[in-house]
Design a protein around this ligand. Sequence first.
Ligand SMILES: NC(=O)c1ccc[n+]([C@@H]2O[C@H](COP(=O)([O-])OP(=O)(O)OC[C@H]3O[C@@H](n4cnc5c(N)ncnc54)[C@H](OP(=O)(O)O)[C@@H]3O)[C@@H](O)[C@H]2O)c1
Length: 283
Amino acid sequence: MTQESTLQLPAIAILGAGSMGRAILQGLLAPQVHVVAGIRITNRRPEAAADFDTEPRVSAWVTSTNVDANREAVRGAAVVIVAVKPADVEALLAEVAADLADDAVVVSVAAGKTLEQLQRAAGDTRAVMRAMPNTPAQIRRGVTGIAVGDHVSAAQRDLVESVFATVGSVVVVDEERLNALTSISGSGPAYVFYLIEQWEQAARELGFSHAEAALLVRETVRGAAELVLASGEEPEELRRRVTSPNGTTERAIAVLQQAHLAEILDEAMQAAMARAREIAADS
Ligand SMILES: NC(=O)c1ccc[n+]([C@@H]2O[C@H](COP(=O)([O-])OP(=O)(O)OC[C@H]3O[C@@H](n4cnc5c(N)ncnc54)[C@H](OP(=O)(O)O)[C@@H]3O)[C@@H](O)[C@H]2O)c1
């Protein structure tokens, strides 16, 4: 999508406009996106809806004052994004199933909820998909993995890809790989934040102020990420170029290698995937 072109989208409902629901909403409110038949969002608490009182493109419904809020929001919507906690997904789908438009596609962003579970809750022939965005979606720099259910048409799949492309990059994968993708990009921002935290702590211990440590580490992370993207080079090659034989960087990298960083990352991904399987099995 170029700056100049406008992406036209049909009516979209976001059930559960919390952190992730609102991140997706930000993409739909971008100037170059036009949701022709409007955006509908739901929450439980009225306070959450009040933020949209002055936003004409968004109709906000609240379940605490209207028990039919979710059912009303999905009527006529072509895409229904379910962004409540995983434990609440199936009850919500059962609640709205009879009100979904015939050609609506339901997209759950809930971690660990399988297509089979979604299919059962939304109806046997319903078009259902899973999406796994990450929090940089808030600044339209997200990565979203998408898995497509059996009854989804090519047009519905393209439509859902366009919706998530408003908040960053989209990768379509088989469902088997979605839990692995979740452990990489879904949880990934937290790994980077943790690295930044620890690295800044180390910088403070070397005598830098909080502000100096934050600037040094955060701008280094930004600069390195932008360099690897802009250069098209492999990270290994970029690392080689800043690692002189017997130099300072080589010593530091050796310490990270001796601490088995690769194995630690592998273990962290496995733990995240095991938890995704537990979430699916728990419900
Ligand atoms: N946050 C992430 O990084 C991330 C990444 C990928 C996927 N996800 C998935 O996104 C989903 C939401 O996570 P979150 O972090 O955005 O949680 P959250 O901030 O707690 O948002 C959940 C929202 O759902 C609303 N809600 C709950 N039950 C509802 C109902 N029956 N009808 C209408 N609205 C209802 C809540 O409204 P009230 O606040 O009014 O109660 C709240 O706004 C989860 O399934 C999670 O696995 C999250």
